[in-house]
Design a protein around this ligand. Sequence first.
Ligand code: NAD
Ligand code: GLY
Length: 351
Amino acid sequence: MRTVRVNASTVYDVIIGHGLLDGAAELIRPVTTAKRFVVICDDNVADIYLDKLETSLRSGGYSCDSFVFPHGEASKSSDTLTHIYSFLASMHYTRTDAVIALGGGVTGDMAGYAAGTYLRGMDFIQIPTSLLAQVDSSVGGKTAIDIPEGKNLVGLFKQPKLVIIDTDTIGTLPKDFLVDGMGEVVKYGMIKSASLFDKLCGCDIDHIGTIIDDVIYECVSIKRDVVEADEFDRGERALLNFGHTLGHSIEQYYHYTGISHGRAVAKGMELITALAAEHGMCDDDLCTKLHECLEKYDLAIEVEPALSELGEAVLNDKKRDGDTIGIVVCDKVGHASVVKLTVDTFLSYLR
Ligand code: NAD
Ligand code: GLY
C-alpha cells in the first residue's frame, strides 16, 4: 500500500494498493466524523463492488445506503443530480453524513458535485474503479455535470477527504476503458515524465497489468504536483489538457459516439505534436516516438476529419481567452508548455 499526500486547500491522501475495498471502513475512519454514508455508483460497478464496500462499512459500525444510476456519460446530467438530491432529502441525510463515489469518472464527477452542493457541502470520499478515474479524475477536485450545451459546463472544485485506489478493480474493467485510460497515462509521460514514457514504451496493452500499480502511483504523483502548483486551474494545470483541444474537436465531429475520449485525445496529441514539429517547436522524431508508444496501447487511430475541419470546435474551447488560445505543446518527451496563439494564427495552422 502506498500513499500520495495532496497538499491542496484540503489536505488529503490518495491510498493505492491491492484489496483496499475490503478494508475501506478503517481507511475512512481517520478522515471523517461521519457515521452514515451514501454510496453513489453506476449499475455496472454496483453489480461487482457495491456489496463488498457496504459489507466493509457495516462491519466497521457505519450505516450506509446506496444510490445506483444507469452507467454512461448520459447519466452525468441535471436529471440524475436532481434524483440524488431527492434521495438524500428523502433519507434525511445531514451535513454530518458523507458521500462516497464508487466508480469511474462519471460517478466521481457527479457524486462530487452533489457532495459539494447538497446542504452547501458534505464530506466526500472517492473510490475510483476505472483507470481514467484512478489516474486523473478522482484527484484534484474537479467535479461537474454535463448540460445539453456541453460537457462539464456546470461544476465546482470539491476536494475529497480521501481517495482509495484499489488497483484490483482494474481487473474487471472492460478493455476499451482500459485503453481509454491509457490515453491519459501516455499524456502524463509526454508532459511530465520521460521515465514513465520509457516504461510505457517497454510494455503494451496486453501486459500493462504487470506494471499497473507503479504506473498509477506515478500518474497520481504527477497529478498531485500539478494540482498543488495550480489547484484552481489558472496556469500550470492547463498542461493536463495536452491533446485535449483537438481531441474535443474530434469527439464533437463524431457527436461523442463511436470514438472514445482516450482515443480522441491520443489523436489530438499526435496532431498537435505534428503541428508543433511543422512550426519548429519540436523535432519530427518526437512524433515518431509518440506514435510508436500509442500503437502499443491501441491508441494510434485514423480519423475522418481533416485538420481544417477541426477549427470550428476550437472556437468554443474552454481554454480560449478572447482572441487568444493556449495550446499545450511538448518540445521533448517529459516536458510541455502552453503556447499562446491568436485564434486566427491557430486556425491558419490547421488549414
Ligand atoms: P465511466 O465512469 O462511465 O466508466 C467507464 C465504464 O466503465 C462505465 O461503463 C463503468 O460502469 C465501467 N466501470 C468502471 N469501473 C469498472 C470496473 N472496475 N469494472 C467494470 N466496469 C467498470 O467513465 P470514465 O472513463 O471512468 O470517466 C469519464 C468521465 O470522467 C467523463 O465524464 C469525463 O468528463 C470525466 N473526467 C473528469 C476529470 C476530472 O478531473 N474531474 C478528468 C478526466 C475525465
Ligand atoms: N483532468 C484535467 C484536470 O484535472 O485539470
